[in-house]
Design a protein around this ligand. Structure first.
Ligand code: PLP
Length: 366
């Protein structure tokens, strides 16, 4: 996390916090108010509530708006996230019925239209954040889906998962939709994670119409999913980095790493290679590699990156990989073409000396 977010958590942990105390009124306040204004400002939504992760956000949305009713979802979007969180199960576990429409690759507006009936409460759009449908595919735009939902008195809920606030596509990174694009398209409620592309603490964010978030605030499930004060402090500090004079692409580590300039990466790689070559018996060579975002975000996006291929005399790549994993802190790399390789994209300032030290220790112990 950003240093600002870490400092905010430390302040809250060390001192007293007014998490549920309204300083202006001198009376009980709501923990959900602290980040509401900044979330509305950054996403264009009317209101916001934060829970402990995005899985909780989707769960409470289904439990609040679709219990004993139907939810329409495209067959192309019946997503499984890691940890056995499956969209069809989340719907049924919260007492709603899933109405699947379309096919795996193509779902048309008419498919949604044809599925609407007496029992329908919600049209759910889920972002395929961890896989991609490519080739002969189609789906209606969010705006046309919002129109259809509203003409029929239904809600359009979108589970964005990754949830980016900055337009990463404008920086050459995939085609991730932003939260504000969803709000502008007319989605009534958007859910997304705080710790994927947002770069903050684990939490789940819901933004959308204030009448809907008012209902969510009244759902007793909210207490079971409530976000901790340390996470809220870190989230607020992270969100402030999206505002001028800050630059989220520089000030938020995950965004800085994702958008790192290849020439800066090459510089880092040369520094790392130099430090490693100073170890007797070690060879290091700068090489082009590709990074992946991981964390269930940006599937299929290969980021051009720079790595260092490391060999140690008399020690196999497998042994080197395992020995570095056992180092404190663990150093995790990949074997590419039989050579242990570290991608420098995720290095932090003190890491170079630490890695060279670890390699020296492995060389010593044979
Ligand atoms: C990751 C993801 C979730 C779950 O988010 P957590 O914050 O990890 O609980 C839900 N929906 C989608 C589409 C996701 O990508």
């Amino acid at each position: 996390m950003a240093p600002e977010a870490i400092a905010a958590m430390e302040d809250v942990a060390r001192g007293y916090a007014n998490i549920e105390y309204d300083l202006e009124k001198g009376a009980r306040g709501s923990r959900y108010d602290h980040v509401r204004d900044i979330l509305c400002e950054l996403t264009g939504a009317e209101d916001a509530v934060v829970v402990n992760n995005c899985a909780a956000a989707v769960t409470i949305a289904m439990a609040t708006f679709a219990r004993n009713r139907e939810v329409i979802v495209s067959r192309g979007e019946l997503v499984e996230i890691g940890g056995s969180f499956r969209v069809p199960d989340v719907i049924s576990q919260n007492g709603a019925r899933l109405h699947e429409v379309g096919t795996t690759n193509r779902t048309h507006l008419a498919d949604y239209e044809g599925a609407i009936g007496e029992e329908t409460a919600v049209i759910l759009r889920t972002h395929t954040s961890n896989y991609r449908l490519v080739g002969f595919t189609t789906k209606p735009s969010l705006a046309t889906l919002a129109d259809l939902a509203h003409k029929n008195g239904l809600l359009l809920v979108e589970d964005l998962g990754s949830g980016t606030i900055v337009d990463l596509a404008a920086h050459g990174l995939g085609d991730e939709p932003t939260v504000s694009q969803s709000i502008r398209s007319g989605v009534d409620l958007v859910t997304f994670s705080g710790d994927k592309l947002l770069g903050g603490p684990q939490c789940g964010i819901m933004v959308g119409r204030s009448s809907l978030l008012a209902k969510i605030r009244k759902n007793p499930l909210l207490r079971a999913m409530r976000v901790d004060k340390l996470s809220l402090a870190a989230l607020e500090a992270t969100l402030r980095l999206y505002r001028a004079p800050h630059n989220p692409l520089k000030d938020i580590p995950v965004l800085r790493m994702l958008t790192a300039d290849p020439s800066d990466l090459a510089k880092q790689a040369r520094k790392l290679a130099k430090a490693i070559t100073s170890v007797a018996g070690a060879k290091a060579e700068v090489a082009h590699v590709q990074s992946k975002a991981g964390g269930g975000s940006l599937p299929g996006v290969d980021l051009e990156s720079v790595g260092v291929r490391i060999t140690l005399e008399g020690i196999s790549a497998e042994h080197l990989t395992a020995a570095l994993r056992a180092h404190e802190p663990a150093i995790i790399g990949r074997i590419i073409g039989e050579c242990f390789t570290l991608d420098v994209r995720t290095l932090m300032d003190d890491d170079i000396a630490d890695i060279a030290g670890a390699i020296a220790a492995i060389a010593d112990s044979g």
